[in-house]
Design a protein around this ligand. Sequence first.
Ligand SMILES: *Cc1c(COP(=O)(O)O)cnc(C)c1O
Length: 345
Amino acid sequence: MIDFKSDIINEPTDAMWDAMRAAKPDWIIDRQDPSVNRLEEMAARLMGKEAALLVLTGRMANLVALMTFAERGHQVIVEKNSHIAWSEEWGISYIGGLYPRLVEGRAGVMDPADVEAAITDNRFNHIPVTDLVCLENTHNMAGGTVTSLEQTKALCDVAHRHGASVFIDGARILHAAFAFNVTPAELVAPADAVVFSLIKGLCAPAGAMLCGSTKDIERAYVNLKRLGAWSFHKAGILAAAGIVALETMVDRLRDDQRRAKQFANELNEMPGISVDLASVQTNIVMADISQTGLTTDEFLARLLERGVRGHRLTEQIARFTFHRHITDDGVEIALKVIREVVGST
Ligand SMILES: *Cc1c(COP(=O)(O)O)cnc(C)c1O
């Protein structure tokens, strides 16, 4: 099967399995596990931050960041279609006690003027305190779209001018950096903290890295304790694979982007399918298949019968995500299958 469902659907490499087998987990409670410490140092260096914290999942790392940078009862600016708003069961409110102020972006990127308006909005002479502005780069629901360094700077300037911190939900931030040919460290430099995922394009078995200043990461660690997740005993086994992921899997993300663009161009030529090519900026392709006469479910079922799996985003939109198991040959086969399916309706 050629599986475009998500870049979560991939396997650790043999080198990662070897590293996991060889790992000797040590006492995590006092931060004495050598693999975890090494992984955290590598992640911090990659993001140009002082320190990093290994957290089991991206969602939990986001939650820890929210708890760390915002005080209960205060306002946090999040993009209307962000992962924090739509995929995290409002942990921001339920656990963080925070008020999420939704600001709609274009292609996932908020306008600094809208962010400023949300911070300074004044009713009955009351201005809620805004502690944090969250950016998402790349933006998942917008189809892997990127926030540039200039945009990041402008948004951070507004936030910082009003005393708010900035956190980047950068599950796929490495993809964003490659799209602009900047280093990840350059791209996230204006922000206070960033989370990136080890399990998506990097193919590690688990983990997300929260990176920021030493002081902030120490406070984050306390919040990880509060969530019951600091006793991640034997994290060293997973961290050993994470180290291999950072050593061996970063550069190949460029191939995912190249293949996604090629796939999108060809898909867009097919009858009844339209792809907003400008939105294909990294490793995700969203195809509007509504003019094929099929619903997304029908379209995807026909693909699946022929060994190609996509993801249903909406009634009209099928999503295809590129990762290490989607090869050049895989792209050719998938295109042939889709051509067959839309040709036969
Ligand atoms: C995948 C993702 C997450 C969550 O990561 P998990 O490890 O699945 O919990 C958060 N934000 C964005 C933008 C993502 O794409």
